[in-house]
Design a protein around this ligand. Structure first.
Ligand code: MG
Length: 351
């Protein structure tokens, strides 16, 4: 375990002499300035944030930057393998990485419900601190609002990220070409099933943990090796089926994939069967699809596996001219069906 990972276990809540829960109003309430200084500045400390100005000023020399934003409302706040804090960092970092950008800076906005336990907030903030350190990003500006009890659901987070493009490649759906290999960086369904089993209080022989992780390191290694990446997309809400359908539609090409080639852990498959959900529609928070030149496919999968905890990245199919927007799935028994984006019910509050 790295030193910075130990911090959350050993560092006490720095506001033990304050009320245990967040108060919106009244003299007993924790003043917002104290909250910001004791919790957020302590956890996210860096020179940009500590200027405490209305806006932070960043030196960004590159000519192209990428920007992305997302809000996080997952319930429950904590689940096996992660929590709303690490999702709020990795989700935005990964969206930047999917454009080929090196994530550098994040903003973090918190909407906190009166009555939220200070310890809960502290745990979430520590998780964000650890995830930001792992992803190599700094939280350089932020905001906090408190809403009255009953007007929030504990804690919502928005993060906005800025990354820089250190190359001239264009990585986007309109770059996908006939003949491209379709790659998947690891097994699917872990995040959605980790949250659902926690929410439904289901227990299985082995706990399903979220796959939440930052993806820039993998993408950067692919770029540095000269992999001709045409498009990247992380398989978050809507799962792999949403990614394939979105890219097929945007590129006006057909995508053919082989279900046998798509890795799904047996525990995830079992949970999906019990809940009646197709793993192809389940959200992931640390998996992405890459559309690359076919001759780079084998090397790209090797690189993905180098950074994947489960080492089960795979080439799952290819792009063909066919019918624009169509995704076909070769089934394990040798049949072929259309993989529809909307045939699976979307799981609510999953990220
Ligand atoms: Mg995304």
């Amino acid at each position: 375990m790295k030193d910075d990972m130990k911090f959350s276990l050993t560092c006490p809540l720095p506001i033990s002499d304050y009320p245990k829960v967040l108060m919106a109003h009244g003299s007993g309430g924790l003043l917002m300035q104290q909250l910001i200084e004791k919790i957020f500045y302590t956890a996210f400390s860096n020179s940009h944030l500590l200027t405490a100005h209305d806006a932070t000023v960043l030196d960004i020399p590159q000519k192209r930057i990428a920007m992305s934003t997302d809000s996080y409302v997952v319930q429950p706040l904590f689940f096996p393998g992660g929590d709303i804090g690490c999702l709020a960092i990795n989700g935005t970092v990964n969206d930047l990485a999917m454009s080929g950008a090196h994530p550098l800076y994040l903003s973090a906005s918190f909407i906190l419900e009166e009555g939220l336990s200070m310890e809960t907030l502290w745990r979430v903030v520590q998780s964000m601190r650890e995830a930001a350190a792992q992803a190599g990003v700094s939280i350089v500006t932020g905001d906090t609002k408190v809403v009255e009890k009953g007007h929030g659901d504990g804690l919502f987070i928005n993060t906005t990220g800025i990354g820089v493009l250190e190359h001239d490649d264009i990585i986007s759906p309109d770059q996908v070409r006939d003949g491209d290999a379709v790659l998947l960086s690891g097994d699917i369904g872990r995040h959605g099933m980790a949250v659902m089993t926690q929410r439904e209080s289901l227990s299985f022989e082995s706990t399903i943990e979220s796959d939440s992780m930052p993806l820039w390191e993998t993408v950067n290694a692919m770029l540095k090796e000269g992999i001709r990446i045409h498009c990247l997309r992380d398989a978050t809400r809507g799962g792999l089926s949403a990614v394939l359908n979105e890219i097929a539609a945007a590129s006006k090409l057909q995508i053919d994939v082989d279900e046998n080639a798509i890795p799904v852990d047996p525990s995830v498959r079992g949970a999906c069967e019990i809940l009646g959900i197709d793993p192809l529609h389940v959200a992931n928070e640390g998996r992405f699809s890459a559309f690359v030149a076919a001759e780079n496919s084998t090397r790209a999968v090797e690189i993905m596996n180098h950074y994947s905890p489960q080492k089960n990245a795979a080439c799952i199919g290819s792009v063909v001219v066919g019918k624009a927007g169509l995704v076909t799935l070769k089934t394990p028994i040798g049949g072929c069906r259309i993989l529809d984006m909307s045939s699976g019910e979307q799981l609510p509050r999953i990220c």
